[in-house]
Structure formats: structure tokens, C-alpha cells
Design a binder for this molecule. Sequence first.
Ligand code: GTP
Ligand code: MG
Length: 212
Amino acid sequence: MKIVSSRFEREAHRAEDEPEASGPYVVFLGRSNVGKSSLINRLLGVSNLARTSSTPGRTQSVNFYRINEALWFVDLPGYGFAKVPEEVRRSWRPMAQGFLERRHERIATAVLIVDARQGVTDLDLMMRDWLVASGTPFVAVATKADKLSGNGRAAAGRAVREALGPSPAGVEPLLVSAKTALGIRELWSHLDRSLEARAATKGKGRAWTSAS
Ligand code: GTP
Ligand code: MG
């Protein structure tokens, strides 16, 4: 997809804050500090639209980015980081899980992000199981792959593929890097296919290609 425009629309803490404009969602999910916001910036070809930080728990709301005035990138707060304050952890469930439960039918694809070096955690597996159970399409990506090279990178790719397996739609996990753009073209191919598939099954689906 050619990115003509991308802008931060708003952050939502409650359902009432979610933007009303139409369009499918691409949702970014993963542990705190795994690199969700960085991956969004890389996919959009911008340096700092989604705020990133080396401190876990930077994204503490559901953040909506409007792409080409037609679809949404949604940056969810990260889950499962011991160092974030208890209050932040407690708010994750109603906010992120609440969003997923209310809105999963509008998700063209979720991007389930794991750390290529740390591998797949129990929380990642729980998230995967939830995506499968709810029928939400997804692609898993192992990011920060630039931190590995050669055999280490290949082994990490195999480990993630083994731990998560393909999605129910047969999509295998990808190795990516927000730093070097490794795997970004493949990830965009997947996003494009998912958005096209969603438009095709919606019938009236081309509505979201307009600015409405
Ligand atoms: P929260 O919003 O706190 O949940 O974090 P996040 O998942 O949005 O992570 P963020 O994008 O803020 O990145 C966390 C840290 O990882 C930052 O210091 C980034 O620079 C670094 N980082 C993210 N992606 C990559 C990558 O592909 N390679 C490398 N080397 N570092 C990365
Ligand atoms: Mg973030």
C-alpha cells in the first residue's frame, strides 16, 4: 500500500473515546517494550509518529492512527511487564482486552509481536489462543531480529515458528526489524492481503476506501 497520509487521531481510555470514522483496523499487540510503536513507525516510513521509549509501559492507552483517511492502525498498551506500576497493569485488561472484545470483527488483521531474542512467552501464547478462539485474523512477527545474525537469527525464527505455529489461515510467523526494515516488505504484503480480503468479504466493503 502506498502511504499517502498518516496521522495520530487520538488515544482512547474507554469505549466512548474511540473514533467513530469507518475503516478496518490493523491492531498491534505484544508485551510491553517489545517494539510495537517502533514497528508502526517503520511500516509507515516515519520516525516518531507512534511514541517509543526504552522504558516499558510507554503506551498506556489505545492509540488510533488514521492511514490514508481510510483505515486504522491501532497501537495497544503492552501486556505483561513486571516493572510497570500495578495500576497500569490493572488497567490493561479493561482497556486492551475490552477493545479487542468489542471490536474484533472490525480487525482486518492483528500483528502479534514477540521478541526474536526472548522468544515466545506464556502471555504471548495466551494472546494467540484468544485470537484463534475469537476468529481474529493475525500474523505473528518476531521483532528486533537485527540483534541476531546468521545462525542465531535462523534459530530464533525456527523457535518462534515452532512455538506459535501458523495462524488458522496458514500464515507463518515473520522475522522483522523496525531498525533495519528486515521483513517489512513481507509484513506489508500480508497487511495488504488482509485488507483486500476484508474488503472482498464485506460486500459493501469498499466504503472504507473513501474518506467517510
Ligand atoms: P510499550 O509502548 O512500552 O509497550 O513499548 P513498545 O512495544 O511500543 O516498544 P517501543 O516501540 O517503544 O520500543 C521499545 C524499545 O525497543 C525502544 O528502545 C526501541 O528503540 C527498541 N526497539 C524497537 N524495535 C526495535 C528493533 O527492531 N530493533 C532494535 N534493535 N531495537 C528496537
Ligand atoms: Mg508503545
